[in-house]
Ligand binder design. Structure first.
Ligand code: XLS
Ligand code: NI
Ligand code: NI
Length: 437
């Protein structure tokens, strides 16, 4: 049975197309820099937003009424929803998806029953994966919705909450392995705090590391070889989250001996919440070898929370794709649309428009980024800006043959910094614009 009977498979029709259910730039088989577009992006749909977001917000009730949902949200309904999801992904030519354990199956009265519910639903995922060839990019566990996690999960003051979270992640890893997931993401949920008066920060952060080590050990034990990711978010739901940004996360990973086992999953809107741009977060992670995966979305500059909107800004996707190309692209990761339609966008077709827009915006960004790289114009300008490091004193500092004594002698003899050149920021911006329009 088709749940979106009015929608055909979304195809590439080219930039001139006015068909709202066609790709204008995303052409999966088109080769750019020697790689097919679909392999550059490894696009993924997020189950929690696409299937489980109801349109509810802190001020209002759900606004989405989907024909395939029943009122009880039982296991049968959850299984049926998986089929809807795969029809959506198939029609979108979406090669990957991600989910939290609790998105896909309802909690039972006991942990054992909850695990059984998950197993039932995972069987349908397996069937649908086999039928369609669509694969799981990464799995994760919801360690934040249930009140048992109100103080956090791995960082809770209550050891039983930690233990419950461990049981949940154990199961989530087993399921990720069964489904052949390419990775597993740790996102903080409530791994942070609201008030330092009642918080033992050192103990909480130590526990977070213990938790990650346990998860990784268990994954290895059961033969799950997916890549682990750490996803930064500075606030929301807690005021201070321990995974604030790339820099904080990488410091944490190094401090606790996790640096060879975990990479970063960078989300655009979380970067904004941290007072960064996504390209900053990506570059910072990638330059140190932590580039893993991307949660693609965008925030609203006028709203101070995680609005998780679909990306439609070509400047932003160009910047992201420039960094991805520079560092050789994804290996295990991909572009997961951790994005949701607005609660006023109530038609099922809006799910399609939203993802089409996101994929096309990234495809256009990729083409622009590749053109910029092919000309080498910007790279040359940046290289020229650093020319003082190529010869003379600069080259010697980089080589390590200078020290404070010799540099002081050098400057005493020379007297002053010569040739302070312009940064030409506006010129750079104009050059970039030339590739956009
Ligand atoms: C929430 C996070 C979450 C993670 C997965 O803000 O982005 O969706 O990506 O737990
Ligand atoms: Ni995310
Ligand atoms: Ni988010």
């Amino acid at each position: 049975m088709a749940f979106f009977p009015q929608i055909q498979k979304v195809q590439y029709e080219g930039a001139e197309s006015k068909n709202p259910l066609a790709y204008r730039h995303y052409n999966p088989e088109e080769v750019i820099e020697g790689k097919k577009m679909k392999d550059h992006f490894r696009f993924s749909a997020a189950y929690w937003h696409t299937m489980k977001w109801s349109g509810m917000d802190p001020f209002g009730a759900p606004t989405f009424f989907r024909s395939w949902e029943n009122a009880t949200d039982d296991v049968a309904n959850a299984c049926n929803r998986v089929r809807v999801f795969f029809e959506f992904c198939e029609k979108m030519q979406m090669p990957y998806y991600c989910f939290h354990d609790r998105d896909v199956a309802p909690e039972g009265a006991t942990l054992a029953e909850t695990n059984r519910n998950l197993d039932e639903v995972v069987k349908v995922f397996q069937e649908e994966q086999e039928r369609t060839g669509i694969r799981m990019l990464w799995g994760t566990a919801n360690l934040f919705s249930n009140p048992r996690f109100m103080h956090g999960a791995a960082t809770s003051c209550n050891a039983d909450s930690f233990a419950f979270a461990a049981a949940q992640v154990k199961k989530a890893l087993e399921v990720s392995k069964e489904l052949g997931a390419q990775g597993y993401t740790f996102w903080g949920g409530r791994e942070g705090y609201m008030c330092l008066w009642n918080t033992d920060m050192k103990r909480e952060v130590d526990h977070l590391a213990t938790f990650m080590h346990m998860a990784i050990d268990y994954a290895r034990e059961i033969g799950f070889d997916g890549q682990f990711y750490f996803e930064p978010k500075p606030k929301e739901p807690t005021k201070h989250q321990y995974d604030f940004d790339s820099a904080a996360c990488i410091n944490f990973l190094r401090a606790y001996g996790l640096q060879d086992k975990v990479k970063m999953n960078i989300e655009t809107n979380h970067a904004t919440l941290a007072g960064h741009a996504v390209e900053h977060e990506l570059e910072y992670a990638a330059m140190q070898g932590f580039l893993g995966s991307i949660d693609a979305n965008s925030g609203d500059m006028l709203l101070g929370w995680d609005t998780d909107q679909f990306p439609t800004d070509v400047y932003m996707t160009t910047k992201i794709m420039l960094i991805l190309l520079k560092y050789g692209g994804f290996t295990t990761g991909g572009l997961n649309f951790d994005a949701k339609i607005r609660r006023e966008s109530t038609d099922p077709a809006d799910l399609f428009y939203a993802h089409i827009g996101g994929m096309d915006t990234f495809a256009k960004g990729l083409k622009i980024a590749a053109a910029m790289r092919a000309s080498g114009e910007l790279d040359q300008m940046v290289a020229d800006r650093y020319a003082s490091w190529n010869t003379g004193i600069g080259a010697e500092i980089e080589k390590g043959t200078q020290n404070f004594r010799t540099l002081s002698d050098y400057m005493l003899a020379k007297g002053e910094v010569e040739e302070l050149t312009s940064g030409h920021q506006e010129l750079y911006e104009n050059v970039v614009n030339r590739y956009l329009f």
